[in-house]
Design a protein around this ligand. Structure first.
Ligand SMILES: *Cc1c(COP(=O)(O)O)cnc(C)c1O
Length: 377
């Protein structure tokens, strides 16, 4: 079976993790500090706080901005569920705005109508490695004096007008689960240029300990969201080759896109002229009547595939029950959600494998077409 994702782990990664293990310092050590410093430098921000997951990072970002009960946060229904769950952790309300069909990102034109007196922030996911339209979004944020949290968990080193995602808003979060462009096993990192937000996150991730206070003094409610040294060591090593990892993904995306042009039933993602994608997944869209059958056929032929994101966040059972959202409220996101599937995509995938996947995809689509023609009345 060709998997959907596979981390690229080399001898240097293994060596760094072993160094951490041999050092005797397994938490709050030099790898963590170095990883945070280097990450901040690479993205071009002043501060970084490494944490034990992207979700933990988003939770702290919400808390750092003081978002609480009855507040509203504007976000996208076409994202990984953590982008909305982090709002619920503080009993605030996610207010969804539909997405652009071309980029799958939140539609800036539809944000303003959802802003109310209760709106406290915009939480903007950059989907599948492509930046949301941060020019328009930051204009709206400035106009209404709203802070912006970037969910950059899928978009490390993606740019918009040449500027990195994670550097537009007040605070941003990246994630390092093994299917992301770089990994720490589990892990994430918060970045910001704001010293107050930085200090809050640094402390809250470590049980609320304050710099000035003794080890066991806590001046606020904190969490154990710390990243351990083995993860930080892996992160440091992966960060040193992140340009290579992203360029491999770029090459593979180009091979997919070039060859999929010949399949009229398949739509591929459009990368906006002003963006440079860092390619988190390779997604395609097909007729929604065929999508699930197609995924089954691919898996039968040993090509892993998955509907992504399905269903949209607002119609996840828990959200429907809690907020009463109905199917049909965010038609663009829901259409994408019914049509999209992702194909195997990771740096060690070979060109030959991509071409094989496309052949299998093509064969499956032909088979589906024949079946459809046979069942026509
Ligand atoms: C991966 C991801 C996260 C964070 O995931 P974790 O598994 O908690 O690290 C958050 N938002 C989006 C959009 C993601 O893709």
């Amino acid at each position: 079976m060709i998997p959907l994702a596979k981390p690229h782990i080399d001898e240097k990664d293994i060596d760094y993790v072993i160094q951490a293990l041999r050092s005797g310092t397994l938490s709050l050590g030099p790898f963590l500090q170095k990883f945070e410093e280097n990450f901040a430098k690479k993205i071009g921000v002043r501060y970084a706080v490494a944490v034990n997951s992207g979700t933990s990072g988003l939770h702290l970002a919400i808390r750092a901005l003081g978002i609480t009960k009855n507040d509203e946060v504007i976000t996208s229904p076409f994202s990984f569920i953590a982008s909305a769950n982090c709002i619920l952790y503080e009993n605030a309300t996610p207010v969804f705005v539909d997405v652009e069909e071309e980029t799958y990102n939140i539609d800036p034109e539809k944000i303003e109508t959802k802003i109310t007196a209760k709106t406290k922030a915009l939480l903007i996911p950059h989907i599948f490695g492509q930046s949301a339209n941060m020019t328009q979004i930051m204009n709206i944020a400035h106009k209404y004096h709203l802070p912006v949290i970037e969910d950059a968990c899928e978009s490390i080193l993606a740019t918009h007008h040449g500027k990195n995602t994670g550097t537009f808003g007040d605070i941003a979060v990246f994630a390092f689960y093994p299917n992301k462009q770089m990994t720490t096993g589990e892990g994430g990192i918060i970045v910001t240029n704001n010293e107050r937000l930085y200090k809050y996150c640094k402390s809250a991730a470590n049980q609320g300990r304050s710099d000035a206070l003794q080890w066991l003094s806590h001046d606020k409610l904190g969490y154990n969201y710390r990243m351990d040294e083995m993860s930080a060591a892996l992160g440091l090593s992966q960060l040193e080759k992140i340009d290579f990892l992203i360029s491999k993904r770029q090459e593979l995306a180009e091979i997919y896109s070039k060859n999929l042009v010949n399949l009229p039933e398949v739509k591929t993602v459009r990368v906006n002229q002003i963006n440079h994608s860092s390619w988190f997944v390779y997604s395609i869209r097909v007729d929604e009547q065929q999508r699930d059958k197609l995924i089954e056929m691919l898996i039968e032929k040993k090509v892993q595939s998955k509907a992504y994101f399905f269903p949209c966040i607002h119609v996840q059972p828990f959200y429907q029950k809690q907020f009463g959202y109905q199917v049909g409220e965010f038609p663009v996101a829901e259409k994408l959600s019914r049509e999209t599937l992702v194909l195997p995509f990771y740096p060690d995938l070979s060109e030959r494998e991509v071409l094989l996947i496309i052949k299998i995809l093509n064969d499956s689509l032909r088979e589906l077409k024949r079946e459809r023609e046979q069942t026509k009345p």
